[in-house]
Design a protein around this ligand. Sequence first.
Ligand SMILES: Cc1cc2nc3c(=O)[nH]c(=O)nc-3n(C[C@H](O)[C@H](O)[C@H](O)COP(=O)(O)OP(=O)(O)OC[C@H]3O[C@@H](n4cnc5c(N)ncnc54)[C@H](O)[C@@H]3O)c2cc1C
Length: 407
Amino acid sequence: MAQANESTERNIVIIGGSYGGVSTAHYLLKHVISSLASKYQFKVVLISAASEVMCRPACPRALILDELLPQDKLFVNIASVFEQYPRGSFQLLRGTAVDFDHSERTVKVDTANGHTKTVAFYAAVIATGARTHSPLLGYTKDENHLRETWAAFRTALPKATSIVVAGGGPTAIETAGELGEYLNGRADMFSSKLENPKVQVTVISGAAKILPQLRESIAQTAESYLARIGVTVLKGCPVASTSPASAGTLDVASPCMVTLANGHNLTADLYIPAYGTIPNSSFVSTTLLESDGRIKTNPKTLRIDNAGPRIYAIGDVASYARPAVHHILEAVPVLCANIKRDLLLDNGGQKAAAPADREFKVDTRETQMVPIGKSKGVGAAMGYRLPSFLVWLIKGRDYWLWTTGNL
Ligand SMILES: Cc1cc2nc3c(=O)[nH]c(=O)nc-3n(C[C@H](O)[C@H](O)[C@H](O)COP(=O)(O)OP(=O)(O)OC[C@H]3O[C@@H](n4cnc5c(N)ncnc54)[C@H](O)[C@@H]3O)c2cc1C
C-alpha cells in the first residue's frame, strides 16, 4: 500500500545512491528544502540498492587486491554522510525500485529486508546509473555482491596465463593496464615492448582505434604504454561470442573460448567484457525510454518531460550527456535549481518571483584521463593533451578516491 503522505509531508524521492543520487540529495537538503517557506514538510527519501557508495572509477585497480587502495575510502557508508541533516528531513530506504508509476506518482521497492513497499512521491529524481556487462566493474547488485565477485576473480587470478579484456574504451584500457602491470611488471626504459610476459593480456577493441574520446596520437601513446607491460591490443574485430556464454558475466572466474567477429578464436583463462553499459531503467515505463534504454531527459532542464511534473533524471541512466562523473557534478546544480523553481511555483510562489530555468550545457571538449598502471597514463583536459605525469598525479595515484567521501 502506498506510504501515506501525511497531509503536511511531501516526499522528494531519489532512486539510486551513487554520484547522481547522493550529490542531488545533499544539494536539495543543503540548498533547496531549507529555503522553501511552505506549510509542507519536504523529506528527501533516497532509495538505494546498496548501503555503501563506492568510487566506481577505481574498479580497474580495486578488483585485483584490497591492499592496492584504502578500503575505507573506496566504500563509504551512505547513512553516515546524511547524519548531519535535521531529523525528519532525510530517509534512506535500502532496496531496489522495481516499478515506477509516473501517472500514480508512486515507486514500488523490494526492500533489503525482504518486503515490498510502495512510496508515494511529490517529486522524483531517477539516478540509477548503468551497469557493466562484467560484474567486476561496479555494482550489479550491491557492495556484498561486488566483494564476492572480486573474491572469485582473485582466486582464479594467480593461475591465469591468458586474460582477454573486451572493449577499447577507458574501462577496458585501464583494466588491462592494471592487470598487465600487476602481473607482468614493466619493460626496462630502453625496450618498447615487454618480451615474454608472464601473463598474456589481450585487449580486443571492436573499433579501429582505442579510446574513442581521445585523439589518435594519444591513443597510440596508450598502446605503447600497454606494450611495455605485456598487453597486446587487437583492433577492428569485436568479440562475437564466448563459450561458455556465462564467462565473464555470470562466472567471472571461468576459462573460455572467445570467438571474434572475423571467425578467429582465442582461449582465455579469464575473460572481462569491459565494453558498454546497460542503463538500470527496467523499472520505468518504456514510453519514457530512448531506444538504447536510457531515460529520455530534457538535455537542458534534466526534466523527464513525458513523465509529468517534478520528475527528473541525472547520471548514466539519463540521456542528456555521455557517462562521466564530471558531467554529473556539472548537472547537479542545474537539476536542483530547476527542482527548486518547480517547488516554488507549485507552493504558492509567483512566477515572476521564481528564478528562470537553469540550463545544462554539455562541455564537449576533449576531456578524459586514462591511467595505465600505477605510474603512467594518457589523457586530455578541456582540449589540451596532458603529460603522463599529470594523469598520474590527478587520477592514476588513487583513482580519485577522495571524491567518494566528499560526494
Ligand atoms: C570501471 C569504470 C570506470 C569509470 N571511470 C570513470 C572515470 O575515470 N571518470 C569518469 O568521469 N567516469 C568514469 N566512469 C563513469 C562513472 O563511473 C559513471 O558516470 C558514474 O558512476 C555514474 O553515476 P550514477 O550516479 O549515474 O550511477 P552509478 O554510479 O551507475 O550508480 C547507480 C546506483 O544506483 C543503484 N541502483 C541501480 N538500480 C537501482 C534500483 N532499481 N533501485 C535502487 N537503486 C538502484 C546502483 O546500485 C548504484 O548504487 C567509470 C565507469 C566505470 C564502469
